[in-house]
Design a protein around this ligand. Structure first.
Ligand code: HEM
Length: 395
């Protein structure tokens, strides 16, 4: 069969005008590595007290891969898997091929690759470490706005793979999933994107597919590290780690289209042009929630998204790191777009849930947005030199 196949390929090459054209094309593409100063060479350090990909300035492209553990995977097997993944991520983040990489050239463009690993509740059961499972590591409570579809829910493990290049993301996902095939099966994959590198000024807040400037008021871990990272003072295996909530939120862009610009700005409480609050002139101006218009009504609607999402309690804030998605529409639909809404916080129950509850009670945006997937993960601390990911939990 092999010989027959080779002959057939030879025939095809001949039919295309012989091998030389093919070989020449290959030669012009080599070497695969980009020049030393190319953006594709940029790296984000993998080793350290925290995993990368949490407070890393968001890269342009992301894949979120939830996996389920195979039957019989125990603590020893988890340690083996962590060893494999740690080695792979260490190499890929530095622009080097994985040990068993079958497409090593694709690793030569790290493009700020980060891989962030999280554990679902089943990891603790499989490892016999139920007593170390954080109390918030379980599905979120049900919210009235939810229309969850099981195909986007939960997962025993998650890999958040981000880079400024989509080929890099695909290659990393393929390698990591392939190497885990005896331990796991893929449960769901969600892909997301922001503006491509070089298309906007660095530091520009992203826009979502409703056209809004999204991410203006966010947590800065340099200023408030304790909102995101478990501190050493709190002790335990999660010191230096965090939690990750992944909500797939569909946008109904067809009904959003029926709304005029003023109505759209009312829904959020900020202007579409530059993200400035309706009571200010620049994106980062503090909104004045007391301001009244000439008619005596609140300038920022009582149920505008920023009023409802803003919390009186500063300890309830969390880091948002969302990506757009744009799937193929179903029959009769024009689009299937939304946000892969991702947050990081030290404690899901104390920070995320109270805010989501307020939005569930009243939020103008609820008219056009619907959560269709939900998952919660514990993100172990980073791997320092010589350590594997999750070592503080599993050793
Ligand atoms: C702010 C959009 C869902 C929490 C904002 C802003 C936009 C926005 C445009 C204003 C700019 C900014 O400060 O980032 C959206 C869209 C959503 C969505 C389109 C759904 C598709 C959520 C959810 C939560 C949330 C589910 C929390 C559970 C927040 C918070 C702020 C915010 C905390 C900052 C409020 C402030 O302190 O001013 N969102 N959002 N958002 N959103 Fe959302």
């Amino acid at each position: 069969f092999l010989r027959g196949g080779a002959a057939a390929l030879g025939g095809a090459a001949l039919a295309l005008g012989g091998r030389s054209a093919w070989d020449a094309a290959q030669a012009t593409e080599a070497p695969a590595a980009p020049p030393a100063d190319a953006d594709g060479r940029a790296t984000v350090p993998f080793r350290g007290p925290h995993q990368a990909g949490v407070d890393t300035p968001p890269q342009s492209f992301a894949a979120f891969v939830a996996l389920d553990l195979a039957d019989g995977v125990d603590r020893d097997a988890l340690i083996r898997l962590m060893g494999i993944w740690t080695d792979d991520v260490d190499r890929l983040a530095a622009g080097k091929a994985g040990l068993t990489d079958t497409e090593p050239e694709l690793a030569q463009v790290p493009a700020r690759l980060t891989v962030t690993l999280g554990y679902g509740p089943a990891v603790f059961t499989a490892a016999g470490l139920e007593d170390r499972r954080p109390s918030w590591l379980r599905p979120l409570p049900a919210f009235d706005v939810d229309r969850l579809e099981d195909r986007w829910n939960d997962g025993d493990l998650i890999l958040q793979v981000c880079a400024d290049d989509e080929v890099t993301v695909s290659h990393a996902v393929r390698l990591l999933v392939k190497e885990a095939r005896t331990f796991t099966t893929v449960r769901w994959v969600q892909r997301g994107f922001r503006r491509a590198p070089g298309t906007t000024k660095p530091g520009t807040t992203m826009r979502n597919l409703m056209g809004q400037v999204d991410g203006t008021r966010n947590v800065d871990t340099g200023v408030d590290p304790g909102l995101v990272w478990h501190t050493d003072a709190a002790g335990g295996w999660l010191a230096g780690g965090t939690s990750m909530v992944v909500r797939r939120i569909a946008m109904n862009l067809d009904t959003w289209d029926e709304l005029d610009r003023a109505g759209r700005e009312q829904a959020v409480g900020r202007r579409l042009a530059d993200g400035s609050p309706l009571t200010g002139t620049a994106e980062h101006d503090e909104p004045d929630l007391e301001a009244k218009g000439p008619n005596g009504l609140d300038v920022i609607n009582p149920i505008a998204h920023i009023r409802r999402a803003r919390t009186e309690n500063a300890a309830e804030r969390f880091l948002r790191r969302a990506y757009n998605y744009d799937d193929a529409p179903g029959p009769g639909e024009l689009s299937a777009s939304g946000l892969v809404f991702v947050t990081f916080q030290a404690d899901v129950d104390r920070q995320f849930v109270p805010v989501q509850r307020k939005l569930d009670e009243a939020d103008l945006l609820n008219i056009w947005t619907t959560p269709i997937g939900s998952a919660v993960f514990a993100v172990p601390p980073g791997a320092r030199d010589g350590e594997y990911l999750g070592q503080a939990l599993l050793e």
